[in-house]
Each structure stands twice: as structure tokens, then as C-alpha cells.
Design a binder for this molecule. Structure first.
Ligand code: PMP
Length: 381
């Protein structure tokens, strides 16, 4: 992996220094929680898709394990932004992870410290570019998805992913691209790393959250996009195995897999055996949104800007912003920066501010000396 820097426990460290002790609790018992997020290179610059929702899920995932993540949302956001900037990766996959480190190796993590890391790396289409167009061949796994009476299925916990690993290995060994797991009751749950959608008679169905699947952020996006387009979406469906084979269309959704058509299940062709029209429409709508940099979904734009404005406030001694909405922040900065007096050796012309995505302070040689290093903004020349 061609990545130079990883953020670990509050510091940016070189790739080779991002190490943990071999007696790490999370290594022995899988007591970690994590996220998979994507940043897209958009006309507005890098845009992290639904970052706020991923943060929500990360903190929620930690709850059943009594894990207190020792960094707040703003710290994780800033760290991620800076990583994207440092690695120059406006389009990337982002992996935040929190896990119990070493204290003693009893099952109960006790006083084990909670370690946190974030890595970013380039990642193209998870199941392949061709898969996005042609669809994937999948098989029903002989492994069942664990039930939430066994392990919380709404938490994204590292240990239970061995279930997904087994299903993926089996699918690949048998010549399939991906698996579908049934739940304990034998109904359709999801893919090893994807939610599943079924199209029948122009209506869309997806297993409800009680079917042992993860509450996917892409799943919710798909539901919203489909409903906006007038589709009836059954988001609480129970789908039997048999219904898969007779579906008009099937597709996966997920941060990594995005919206990927399924063209066959257990060698049975689904619909026309390629991407169906409803899948095509939803997939197009999905890419339109994620590649748009639309602030309604790429919330981090706003967060980044507000954070930057706050930092600028600190720098220039303005009043602290109260974390209001962006429009407010933007206006305050526009209004207030123009008449800046010399400050800390800087003169007003050296303070370049434009909150519509870009805030920075340059020295007389035009080097950025104070940076809103917001990678979301189009670069100013
Ligand atoms: N199910 C499982 C088991 C997953 O690992 C993922 C990927 N996080 C998903 C569904 C899809 O979730 P999301 O859309 O939030 O990536």
C-alpha cells in the first residue's frame, strides 16, 4: 500500500511506525470497532461521503463494548482531513478504527487503553470496474450471518468480520465474486460487506434491520434516492432465498461496493443477466450524488469550514464562533476579515480568506503559514 502517513492516537506517524503490541486485546479477541468511508474527488475538491453518519456509527458501535473513544468528532474529522491533504488523496478509502490495546489479557478489557487510528488509501471499485457495469456472480454462502442475539449486528466490530471472511473465502474458492449470507432463520441477510436490494415488479425490497444485517449508510442513501424517484421501497422486507432467483434485478450497496449489480446467484441468471434498468437508474443517481460534492451529503465540507473559521478566529483574535451554520460562518468571515489590521507581523493583504471552501494565511512569499488545509476546495492559484 503506497501510503506514507497514518494517524495514530493523536499523532501523524510514518507508515512503518504505525505498530501495536502483540498482546493488544483487540488482536486476541477482536474488540475493535471501525468504519469504511469514501472520499470522492469532486468539482468542490475532495468530499467525504456522509462522514457524519459514519462517525455516528463508529461511536454507536463502541457502546456495547463499553468503549469510550478518547477523541471527539472534531478531532477525528481534522485528522482525516489532514491525512487526505498530506497523502494528496482526494479520492480514497478511509479507515478509522478504535480498539482495546494492551492492559492484561483477560476477556474483560478492563483498563485496557482505547487506541485509535485512521488510515487513508487509494481504492478503486471494490468488486472491479467491470462489475459496476456487468454485475457480479454470487453464491449463497454455507455460512450463516450471526444473529444480533449473539453479537450486535448494528455495530461494526472487528472480531465478527471473521464471518464475512469465511463467506468471501468460500465464494472465491468456488469461483464466485461474492457471497450472500442467509440469517439464522434462513432468510436473506446481506453480503459479507454489502447490503442487498431486490427489484420485483418495479418495487424495491431490502431486508429489514432485524434480519441481522448492518445498517448500511449506502443502504439508506439508496432507499432515499429510490423514494425520491417515486419507487416504492420495502425497507423492512423479509426475503426468502427462493425469491432471489426469481427477482427482476438484484444489487449490492456498500461504501466499498457502491452500487453493484448482481447478475447471477448460484449460477442462475437474474433478470436479463446484466445490470437491470432500475439498478442502472439508482446507480447513476448514487454516483451523481457522491461525485457532486453536494454539501447536503458531504457534511464534512461544512464541518471543515466551520472548524477552519474557528481556527482563523483564534488566530486573528476574533470572537469564537458558536458553531453556527456555515452560511453564518461564511458571512462573518467575509465581513470581518476584509478590514483586518496588521497582526502578528502579517498585514491584511497577506491574509487570504475566502470561506467558500478555502481559508488560509500566506506569508509574503505566498507560502501557506497558517492553513485551513481544506482539501475540499478548488485550489486558488
Ligand atoms: N454489511 C456489512 C456486513 C458491511 O461490512 C458493510 C460495509 N460497511 C455494509 C453492509 C454496507 O454498509 P455501508 O453502506 O455503511 O458501507
Amino acid at each position: 500500500m503506497d501510503v506514507g502517513t497514518i494517524w495514530m492516537d493523536g499523532e501523524f506517524v510514518d507508515w512503518e511506525d504505525a505498530q501495536v503490541h502483540v498482546l493488544t486485546h483487540g488482536l486476541h479477541y477482536g474488540t475493535g470497532v471501525f468504519e469504511g468511508v469514501r472520499s470522492y474527488d469532486t468539482d468542490n475538491g475532495a468530499a467525504i461521503f456522509r462522514w457524519e453518519d459514519h462517525l455516528d456509527r463508529l461511536y454507536q458501535s463502541a457502546k456495547p463494548y463499553g468503549m469510550e473513544i478518547p477523541f471527539d468528532r472534531e478531532e477525528l474529522t481534522e485528522a482525516t482531513l489532514e491525512l487526505i491533504e498530506r497523502e494528496d488523496l482526494p479520492s480514497c478509502y478511509i479507515r478509522p478504527i478504535a480498539f482495546y490495546g494492551y492492559d492484561m489479557l483477560g476477556l474483560n478489557p478492563g483498563d485496557a487503553p482505547v487506541k485509535v487510528a485512521i488510515a487513508v488509501w487509494p481504492w478503486g471499485a471494490y468488486l472491479g470496474e467491470e462489475a459496476l457495469e456487468e454485475g457480479v456472480d454470487v453464491a449463497i454462502s454455507s455460512w450463516r450471518k450471526f444473529a444480533s442475539s449473539q453479537i450486535p449486528t448494528n455495530a461494526k466490530t472487528t472480531g465478527p468480520y471473521v464471518n464475512s471472511v469465511l463467506a468471501s473465502l468460500e465464494a472465491e474458492e468456488n469461483g464466485y465474486t461474492e457471497a450472500i449470507l442467509l440469517n439464522k432463520e434462513g432468510q436473506v441477510a446481506e453480503g459479507p460487506g454489502e447490503n442487498l436490494f431486490l427489484v420485483r415488479d418495479g418495487e424495491i425490497h431490502t431486508p429489514g434491520l432485524a434480519e441481522s444485517n448492518l445498517d448500511g449508510i449506502t443502504r439508506q442513501t439508496v432507499i432515499d434516492l429510490a423514494e425520491e424517484r417515486g419507487y416504492t421501497v420495502h425497507a423492512d422486507a423479509t426475503i426468502s432465498r427462493g425469491e432471489l432467483y426469481t427477482a427482476d434485478e438484484l444489487f449490492f450497496s456498500g461504501t466499498a461496493a457502491e452500487v453493484t449489480p448482481i447478475r447471477s446467484v448460484d449460477d442462475t441468471e437474474i433478470g436479463s443477466g446484466t445490470k437491470g434498468p432500475v439498478t442502472d437508474e439508482i446507480q447513476q443517481a448514487f454516483f451523481d450524488v457522491v461525485e457532486s460534492g453536494d454539501r447536503r451529503v458531504h457534511v464534512v465540507h461544512r464541518e471543515a469550514e466551520v472548524a477552519a473559521v474557528r481556527r482563523l478566529d483564534r488566530l486573528v483574535g476574533l470572537d469564537q464562533l458558536d458553531g453556527g451554520i456555515v452560511a453564518d460562518a461564511e458571512e462573518r468571515v467575509r465581513d470581518r476579515v476584509a478590514p483586518l489590521e496588521p497582526l502578528d507581523g502579517l498585514v491584511a493583504e497577506q491574509v487570504a480568506v475566502e470561506c467558500d471552501g478555502f481559508v488560509e494565511v500566506r506569508d509574503a512569499n505566498c507560502r501557506v503559514i497558517y492553513g485551513h488545509t481544506c482539501p475540499f476546495a478548488p485550489r486558488h492559484q
